[in-house]
Unconditional design. Sequence first.
Length: 404
Amino acid sequence: MVDDRLRTPDAVRDAQRWTAHNYHPLPVVISSAEGAWLTDVDGRRYLDFLAGYSALNFGHRHPRLIAAAHAQLDRLTLTSRAFVHDQFADFCRELAELCGKDLVLPMNTGAEAVETAIKVARKWGYRVKGVPDGQATIVVAEGNFHGRTTTIVGFSTDPDAHDDFGPYTPGFRIVPYGDLDALSAAIDDTTVAVLIEPIQGEQGVVVPPEGYLPGVRRVCTERDVLLLADEIQSGLGRTGDTFACDHEGVVPDMYLLGKALGGGIVPVSAVAADADVLGVLRPGQHGSTFGGNPLACAVGTEVVRLLATGEFQHRSTELGARLHAGLHELVGEGLVAVRGRGLWAGLDIDPALMTGRQACERLAERGVLAKDTHGSTIRLAPPLVVTEAEIDEALTQLAAVLAG
Ligand SMILES: *Cc1c(COP(=O)(O)O)cnc(C)c1O
């Protein structure tokens, strides 16, 4: 254990020196990782309770994912979609089966999956539903986070994400999250889709009222509107099921996936839907140079296989119960409220005590890395390979931070 942190301050300063300040990272500099553990340049170890915003659901460098990546690196890495490669069919078929859908369209980042969903929904609206050209509307929720493109930030209600990036893409209607009447009232003959997170991660792991998602499903079906579920952060085991929608038996018309689909190794995203929806796209109408590349497919296929056994979903349920039980004991002891599902929790810290940022800085000093979402709210999302003892350790350190 190296006690005097000689390298860290310099390394933090260097890291900020040559980049735009679009992030405010905690003052740690990571150099290696395994499972739920990170090691910094001074040899200090930290429990990773952010897990790359859920991109690391299977932990750092999961042996099966690393092996899949290595094997693929030695054979073929990129072809573009101009040619077919031998990893493509398995990935698309196995992911489609996991989703219970006919078809998959692979992209790279989450924001690209969202853009894909918007384009497909609009085209479906014009070609299938019969919306007059150029009139399509999509209903979204207040407090949403769907990514950072110019179109997506236009319907963000977070001033940091939204302001100064206009003019904004028209065609979106924003309604309060969790209010079915408001959502229903926002739908008219021009509406092609409802785009929603089944749990709002960036908003602070906000779980909608019970019955809301089934209600959204019912309204969408009745009004001939596509339900687009952004499961980029909530999906792939995080909440204890494959998809957060599963908890209430809701099947969207399209799943939007990203983050953990890349196994913490490469950016992999996708949308999955039936042929009557994704089938509206013809050659030349959408694409991506790197989307569905051989390395991405090899890793993504292994991710799907890890999920197909249900083992990680089960871990998330079991260990999530332990995490939430421990967090609920801290309500009144520095925590005002706790929300979430599975290994995913949003905590509101008593604002009189400290900000979320301060809490995360103090947790880092105690060997646990987490991230504030805004104000005094922090999110905990350990990798699904975390152990009971590691959860207990994080809870002990959180209790110590809250006790001052
Ligand atoms: C992270 C995230 C995105 C955007 O993903 P990127 O890979 O960062 O573009 C979209 N939707 C949700 C719910 C997310 O959490």
